[in-house]
Structure formats: structure tokens, C-alpha cells
Design a protein around this ligand. Sequence first.
Ligand code: AMP
Length: 192
Amino acid sequence: MFNLILFGPPGSGKGTQSEKLIEKYGLMHLATGNILREEIANKTALGLSAKGYMDRGELVPDEVVIGMIRSAIENNPGIRGFLFDGFPRTVAQSVALDNLLAENDAQIDLVLALQVSEDELIDRLINRGKTSGRSDDVNEKIIRARIGEYENKTSPVAGHYSKSDKVVKVKGEGTIDDIFDQLSKEIDHKQS
Ligand code: AMP
């Protein structure tokens, strides 16, 4: 298996790059934000419990997202690998993910961390809000809350994986194709 985390703050381009990477490398895309929005659209109990947190720009409790990822891993045996997008977002989620993968004799192989300045993130998210239909992209206060959650709770995830030398920083500003080429280069290097 080859398991990749595409890491970075909200608006760093994880979703856009993930779509291209899963196609090129035959990985399964596991994006917790997308799964949660689907649960909300389907009005499930899980979706209803997550909605308040998401509307406020706060992280959903760890046990909720860890349960979602556990089901996805268990339901997809024999897969080539997963691309985790927007997960893990806390150190507790990273530890749970490492344990879930270890149960399947697998591990995180690479963490690609997209680097984008805060001003650029806010510009991108406000622009995305004009078309994304995402209520958490429209209001600058909520956007700042999401970036705050990232800085306080999510950025330590990079520290967790740097202990095992798995983190590679990639510049997330420039054209979509240039960033994709840089990400691909790092994956090819890791797989060679
Ligand atoms: P995203 O689509 O990745 O920007 O996620 C949108 C929102 O979903 C976040 O602001 C959180 O409220 C929630 N969310 C997504 N992934 C996670 C996660 N791994 N842990 C906690 N909350 C999450």
C-alpha cells in the first residue's frame, strides 16, 4: 500500500490537487470534509451532530471523524492506497490513523505539506465562497476561525510525522499544474 496525507491549511489547494493525484496514482480519496458535507446533505444523525461545529468553523470531535475513517479503511480491503485530505487534523487523529493502518500492516508513507501565506488563503477562501455554496467560506470571521483551528490543533500533526521524517514541504502558490508537478515529483521520489 502507498498512503499519502495531503496536508495544509484551509484554502491551500488540497481538494484541487487531490483530484489530480488520485487519478495519476490510483489512490482512493478520503476527504473528511466532503464525507461530512454528504452526511449533512443526507440529514443523517452524524451529519446533524457535525453541522454546528462546521458552521462555526470549529473542528468536529475526534471520535466522529476517526469512526468515519475506520469504516472507510475496513470497507476497502486490498486497495492500492489512500490519499487522506483534511484528515488527520489533530495529533489524536494521527495516532488513531497510524493504529488503524498498522492493523492492516500499512503506514503513512508520505506527508506533503502545502505552504501558502495567510493573506493568500483568506483571498482564495472568500473567492471560493462566491461559487462553492459552502456557508463556511462566505464569512471572514468563520474563515479566520478555521485558520485558527488549523494553527492551534492541526499544525502539530506535521510535528508528529516529522519525527519519522515523513513530511515534505511543497510551495502551494503558483499555477495548479506547477504545484501538481512538484507534488508528483515528491511521490515519484518516495516510490522509486
Ligand atoms: P474541509 O472541507 O476539509 O475544509 O472541512 C470542512 C469542515 O469539516 C472543517 O472546518 C471541520 O469543521 C470539519 N472537518 C473536516 N475534516 C475534519 C477532521 N479531520 N477533524 C475535525 N473536523 C473536520
